[in-house]
Design a binder for this molecule. Structure first.
Ligand code: PGA
Length: 242
């Protein structure tokens, strides 16, 4: 485990952006695992700026996102499909058929989970997975108690997660109760993982990850078993780390 401490959100975003550009430029047909939420937004803006400045091309890039809400139409403003279009895909030269998110609005969610897993397997493995961490230690939408052996599956969202994400919705009741998420084992099969952590509200979570025990009650704890994990943490989130 490699821990990189940076000053602030902007420095974290820049680091992640440059790392992704390096990975894209060094890899033949790179496969990226992408995340949503507030954490990676600055990184996406930096990727857009870098693309517009001619420093990176997404022509040969394939992406797989971690998760999607169940029950939201793909074009719902709060869907993660919409998030990715707005924050990244609409502004770069990536081909639509090379971007993947689970569809949370099908008739058969179990089949969708199987299909998503199959797509990831067919793409070889994910070269670089970007992750955020939930206040409760979730990765993707793998909430506490999710088996470490899980593959892509439907989850019921933890009340803490629904509360944390309510800021994006008109009212708390509008936050979906379920989601489809890449499984923990699926995430762990990525060749490299970069976990981004910013802000004082994440300080306890990153401390527990770094110093705590391996436990399914804190899903991110599995990440320490990965042999190519980098945690990029800003000062506010690193206050409890030595
Ligand atoms: P955030 O979410 O980036 O919006 O803090 C991270 C997460 O819940 O995984």
């Amino acid at each position: 485990m490699n821990i990189i401490k940076v000053d602030d959100y902007q420095a974290m975003s820049q680091w992640a952006c440059q790392h992704i550009i390096g990975k894209i430029n060094q890899t033949n047909h790179p496969v990226l695992g992408l995340a949503t939420g507030s954490t990676p937004e600055g990184m996406y803006q930096c990727l857009i700026d870098s693309y517009q400045a001619g420093f990176v091309s997404f022509k040969d890039v394939t992406t797989f996102n971690l998760d999607e809400y169940v029950g939201l139409a793909i074009d719902d403003p709060n869907s993660y499909h919409s998030f990715m279009q707005d924050k990244l895909f609409n502004h770069i030269n990536i081909r639509e058929e090379q971007t993947h998110l689970p569809n949370g609005n099908t008739k058969d969610h179990q089949q969708e989970c199987k299909d998503y897993e199959r797509l990831i397997q067919q793409a070889k493995s994910i070269d670089l997975q970007i992750l955020g961490i939930g206040l409760n230690g979730h990765i993707g939408f793998n909430e506490p108690g999710t088996p470490f052996t899980s593959r892509t599956h439907v989850v019921e969202l933890d009340p803490l997660t629904r509360e944390a994400n309510a800021r994006f919705f008109n009212q708390k009741q509008d936050v979906p109760t379920h989601a489809i998420t890449m499984g923990i084992e699926t995430i762990m099969e990525s060749k490299e993982i970069v976990l981004l952590v910013s802000g004082a509200n994440k300080a306890e979570a990153v401390k527990r990850l770094v110093t705590g025990e391996l436990s399914e009650s804190f899903p991110a704890s599995i990440l320490k078993q990965h042999d190519n994990l980098t945690i990029v943490v800003d000062q506010a989130a690193a206050v409890h780390l030595n």
